[in-house]
Design a protein around this ligand. Structure first.
Ligand SMILES: [Zn+2]
Length: 386
């Protein structure tokens, strides 16, 4: 499984890839350890000391999580080899998550990166099966044989589960790459694969409910959790892509506020507050002197100016001075505008047509537009960039 998630605790780095664990992972580790040491091994192989079960249980758990990690690392290494940046892996509640910096470039790249994980798990399954075959069948080795047989099964199960054709599981990514290759549209492919992801998620939830009624409470809850998780991941990955593409296709000039109200630098701060901020309700204004834009005054600068100084200090003293960090060309993409706002730590940018102030673009305005597009559905009518 690949996707995005929170930060977690960083464990180590390997070939430029940081490996981290999410806090949820500690709970899963404890549950798997307990399930193996107090359930699986004693049930299937009775007659050993309790301490023996916990020792093999711990080793099996560690190797299981190492297997998940190797699965994720294989995605990351293949991605990095093919020129995609993966700099971090987070081991998460249902296995692992490799963080890609963006969407893949080509269907073939996506196919190889997605396929690497299940293939690696199958190979690991084969290796563990070979190890358990090599262990003698004498009673003294029974538990050790059992550990490696379990690891062989679990790796094959990991491969098969991840091959389910629902995005964002690996199988869903393979499906997406295939549809993308056939249709040439990444958006359509993602939408289709994410629908499959939701369908499979509902299937898992239904199966989980059935298991609970059949008496297998823990296994059933497990399936329901995985189903819910997959459902939300499928939904959010599609929305993410949709918004991402929409923002990089739209130009700043198509969404900016034209003819914004401007301030002059000699206005006092309290005049600006009373006559502009409070009166008009906007969060910021371009500052213009002799027909040229010289800065931007937004709420943060005003609130940083002590109240007792506002009657004497002037807009020109406290504004953000005009430079490249608070301005953007009207031909730039909306995605670029958002990046610049984040870098400059501002909620609005001056939109420039050469030297001329063409308008103002705000983060809240973009958010409103995105929301409207999501509600109305469909895609902006701009030629496909893929
Ligand atoms: Zn995977």
């Amino acid at each position: 499984m690949r996707g995005e998630s929170g930060q977690g605790i960083e464990l180590f780095r390997l070939s430029g890839v940081a490996v981290a664990i999410d806090y949820s992972w500690l709970i899963i580790f404890a549950l798997v350890l307990w399930g193996l040491s107090a359930g699986y091994f004693p049930d299937r192989y009775p007659g050993f000391a309790i301490s023996s079960y916990w020792i093999v249980g711990l080793i099996a758990t560690l190797l299981f999580f190492a297997s998940v990690l190797i699965h994720e690392l294989s995605h990351a290494f293949v991605a990095n080899r093919l020129g995609e940046q993966v700099s971090r892996i987070t081991l998460f509640i249902f296995g692992g998550m490799a963080h890609l910096s963006g969407e893949p470039e080509k269907p073939a790249v996506e196919f190889k990166v997605a396929g690497a994980g299940p293939l690696t798990s199958l190979i690991l399954g084969g290796v563990f099966w070979g190890v358990q075959q090599a262990i003698p069948s004498a009673p003294a080795f029974t538990l050790w044989k059992a550990v490696f047989r379990y690891l062989a099964y679990i790796n094959v199960a990991l491969a098969l589960f991840n091959l389910l054709p629902g995005f964002p599981l690996d199988g869903g990514r393979l499906l997406r790459a295939f549809i993308w290759w056939r249709t040439g549209s990444l958006t359509r492919a993602t939408s289709r694969a994410a629908d499959w992801g939701q369908g499979i998620a509902w299937g898992l939830i239904a199966l989980g409910a059935f298991e609970i009624f059949a008496g297998a409470l823990v296994g059933g809850l497990w399936l329901i959790f995985i189903g819910l998780f997959l459902r939300s991941a499928a939904l959010s990955s599609y929305q993410h892509l949709f918004v991402d593409r929409m923002l990089s296709r739209m130009r700043v000039r198509d969404i900016m506020v034209t003819d914004p109200v401007t301030l002059t630098p000699d206005l006092t701060v309290s005049e600006a507050v009373d006559r502009y901020f409070l009166h008009l309700g906007f969060g910021g204004f371009p500052v213009v002197s002799e027909g040229r834009v010289i800065g931007l005054l937004s709420l943060p600068q005003v609130s940083n100016c002590p109240i007792e100084q506002r009657a004497t200090r002037r807009v020109g003293d406290i504004m953000r001075r005009m430079d490249g960090s608070i301005a953007i060309a009207d031909t730039a993409s909306v995605a670029d505008a958002l990046h610049r706002m984040a870098e400059a730590n501002t909620g609005r940018l001056l939109v420039m047509d050469g030297e001329r102030l063409a308008g103002l673009v705000t983060r809240s305005g973009i958010a409103r537009l995105v929301q409207m597009r999501m509600v109305l559905g469909g895609e902006p009518a701009v030629p496909a960039a893929a």
